[in-house]
Design a protein around this ligand. Structure first.
Ligand code: ADP
Length: 424
């Protein structure tokens, strides 16, 4: 029976939340998008937690709200008692949204029921260096506004005080549960949330500096119909005795498809180039003849596997920042090409993929026809192998794929080389 229902504003955010729940011993699945719900939710009732992966971080507000409402309805139908609105731990949003509008939609009417307390806002994720103190979000040692997020092309974060960031996005008041209260324990946090709620405050940013703080907040909100945050709050749930749900392992060739330009991915590409066969997308060739470039890479990969079938092959878009072209059309071409490469490699027998980048993961999973994922054991914060259900093109629908869908900035430098060892 589904207890927890996640609504994630992007695909890798969904696998991040799912990996956190799985690491606490919950049987967890991810539904990729809201198309063809009947196919993707079939058989999910026996999971403890289900996350719906949406692509609404920078969508028009009305579209984001509509998708979040539909996801909430689906999760409630599956039996979810608590909805978890998952956004980025760097609070990626603009004054127009979409964190506030989505929270407003989820916390109105029936969804929130009669719960009197303020809804928590917990982006803190200490394992990834995100902490919140006096309502200010820090990335490592820096305030959010001084981190690289200041220059994000779509959601530049030029402030760090979360109540000030959230208030313009919602018609409701935003308060704070300070760290001193969190230190006093779950009952104190609960009392603080109820007090704010009865004063007419809809949302409460809660300070958190450590994993123990997140556990305190998770315990305080265990009965809340709605919570919100990065994946840290989910990782704060008390550990359940692990009910093993070893995912099926699908035999087949191995490939890494990296479309992210993030620092962590560039480091992983550099480390993998030392050990694995690798090819970078040729952007000029791509512009001139996309199918031709895809075919070149496919032929190269199948030659590698002919020599060594177990060897992972790496296809990547960016080795160094100079490779990035400031042209949205190039970004779309790269996504299209990497997705096509994945499908072609699947046609040739690839069944195990590590995919780097949020947008890239969405493009690849969709192209492979994967509608839902069951999460396996953790590969580190925000990362896990998954088994893709409902496999379509390229794969055998009866067996599907094994996938790691990785946010650009996640993972250790050697992830592309050693992730495979964790897939028993
Ligand atoms: P991350 O999780 O690091 O943000 P994403 O996959 O979400 O990674 O985003 C990376 C984006 O950059 C994708 O749209 C991808 O197609 C695009 N991209 C990749 N390589 C290049 C390049 N050389 N020039 C321009 N855009 C690129």
């Amino acid at each position: 029976m589904v207890i927890y229902g996640g609504i994630a504003d992007d695909f890798t955010g969904a696998t991040d939340l799912a990996a956190a729940w799985r690491s606490r011993g919950l049987r967890t699945a991810v539904v990729l998008g809201l198309d063809d719900q009947a196919a993707s939710t079939d058989g999910l009732n026996h999971h403890d937690a289900v996350v719906v992966a949406l692509k609404i971080r920078t969508a028009p507000v009305a579209e984001a709200v509509d998708a979040a409402r539909r996801a909430a309805r689906l999760l409630r139908e599956l039996g979810a008692r608590q909805l978890y609105s998952k956004y980025c731990s760097t609070f990626d949003s603009t004054p127009a949204g979409n964190i506030g509008p989505v929270l407003d939609a989820l916390s109105e009417g029936d969804c929130r029921g009669q719960a009197p307390g303020a809804v928590v806002v917990v982006p803190a994720f200490p394992a990834a260096g995100r902490t919140v103190y006096q309502g200010h979000l820090f990335v490592g040692e820096e305030l959010l506004e001084n981190s690289s997020m200041r220059h994000h092309p779509l959601t530049p974060m030029t402030g760090s005080h979360l109540p000030t960031l959230l208030e313009p996005q919602t018609g409701h008041r935003v308060g704070l549960v300070p760290w001193a209260t969190v230190q006093s324990g779950a009952q104190a946090v609960r009392a603080g949330l109820d007090r704010l709620g009865s004063d007419g405050v809809r949302y409460a940013v809660v300070d958190a500096l450590t994993a123990a703080d997140l556990t305190t907040i998770a315990v305080a909100t265990s009965e809340d119909p709605i919570v919100s945050g990065g994946s840290g709050l989910a990782a704060g749930l008390p550990q359940r005795p692990d009910r093993p749900t070893a995912i099926p392992t699908v035999p087949g060739h191995r490939a890494i498809v990296a479309g992210s330009a993030s620092a962590a991915t560039r480091g992983q590409v550099a480390a993998a180039r030392e050990h694995l066969p690798h090819q970078r997308l040729d952007l000029d060739a791509l512009r001139a003849n996309l199918p031709g470039e895809v075919e070149r890479l496919r032929t190269w990969a199948s030659r590698c596997w002919a020599e060594e079938p177990e060897q992972p092959v790496l296809i990547y878009a960016v080795g160094e920042l100079a490779h990035v072209q400031d042209d949205p059309q190039v970004a779309v071409l790269v996504e299209e090409a990497l997705a096509a490469c994945a499908v072609r490699m699947a046609d040739d027998g690839a069944r195990r993929f590590v995919v780097a980048g949020g947008e890239t993961s969405g493009a690849v999973a969709t192209a492979l026809g994967v509608r839902a994922l069951t999460l396996g054991a953790s590969l580190g914060p925000g990362l896990a192998w998954a088994h893709g259900l409902g496999a379509g093109r390229g794969g055998d629908p009866a067996t599907g794929f094994n996938l790691v869908l990785k946010s650009g900035n996640f993972g250790t430098p050697t992830l592309f080389v050693d992730a495979w060892e964790h897939l028993a």
